[in-house]
Design a protein around this ligand. Structure first.
Ligand code: SF4
Length: 277
């Protein structure tokens, strides 16, 4: 079968390699290899969620990818690594351009196919539609689901994740379903809070998030921000980032800070760009 895409550019960063990948209709998406062992792939050309901090959704949604196009990103990078005699991939994550729950059928087929190849498969979602979130939380065979929350109050959630479900729906679903998950599956479910200066970094907002999250017992990823040209959003300084981390931990949350690979300009979270046809 003809590959669904071709790597047209490979940018080497300090630890990330970002691939621009051309689809058969001329659209362009990107994929990133982190630490030479985990590939982040895209599932849509653009994104309809329109988070204001993210380059991926800055031009809205073109279309969803087919499962062949998502797998094609994996095939192309695995073939390149084999040519280079580089170590094989350990995992793949649907955390690139697009909302996996909006590309539900292709995303679930991809998770199943990549799992059959022995890869650890994870995803990041903004949580909607809620009916699909329920399915992904309980049934789909992923090995890690990170739910992007980024807020403690509804007003801030509506600004940070404009087309995502509100906090009442998200946390209502989590409060209902998380206690029913196996211990293993609970450990594989996490919340994300991307810290932005002047948006969601005030103590009151952080405390409101903590109040919603702390009884769930889920890991929290506290992300530092990668500024992008398409957004006016700003990162907090390192001191504030560490202070918010300490505040969450003191309140009883288990919090992980961003790994270096996730905060690099070359391929870090929210930096991937899609070109629509
Ligand atoms: S952060 Fe994720 S959900 Fe939000 S616009 Fe970017 S790709 Fe879409």
């Amino acid at each position: 079968m003809e590959p669904a895409l071709a790597i047209v550019r490979d940018e080497r960063g300090r630890s990330n390699r970002r691939f621009a990948v051309q689809l058969a209709d001329g659209a362009l998406v990107q994929a990133v290899l982190y630490r030479d062992d985990t590939l982040c792939v895209s599932c849509q050309v653009g994104c309809a969620v329109r988070c204001p901090f993210c380059a991926s959704g800055a031009n809205g949604l073109g279309r969803s990818l087919t499962v062949e196009e998502i797998l094609g990103q994996l095939d192309a990078v695995q073939a390149l690594l084999a040519q280079e005699h580089a170590p094989a991939l350990h995992g793949v994550t649907l955390s690139g351009i697009g909302e996996p729950l909006h590309a539900h059928e292709a995303a679930r087929a991809f998770v199943a196919a990549a799992g059959r190849r022995g890869l650890r498969v994870t995803l990041t979602t903004s949580g909607g539609p809620i009916a699909r979130l329920r399915t992904w939380l309980v049934e789909e065979p992923h090995q890690g689901l990170t739910l992007s929350v980024h807020a403690g109050t509804e007003a801030v959630r509506a600004r940070m994740v404009p087309k995502g479900p509100d906090l009442a729906s998200l946390f209502g679903t989590l409060e209902e379903l998380v206690p029913r998950l196996s211990r293993k599956r609970r450990k594989r479910t996490a919340l994300a809070y991307l810290l932005l200066a002047g948006e969601n970094d005030a103590d009151a907002e952080v405390d409101a998030f903590v109040a919603r999250a702390k009884d769930l017992g889920l890991f929290v990823h506290l992300y530092a921000y990668n500024p992008v040209a398409s957004s006016d959003c700003r990162a907090v300084d390192r001191a504030r980032y560490e202070a918010v981390h300490a505040r969450m931990v003191a309140a009883g949350l288990t919090v992980r800070m961003s790994a270096q690979a996730r905060i690099e300009a070359n391929g870090g979270c929210g930096t991937l760009v899609a070109i629509r046809t």
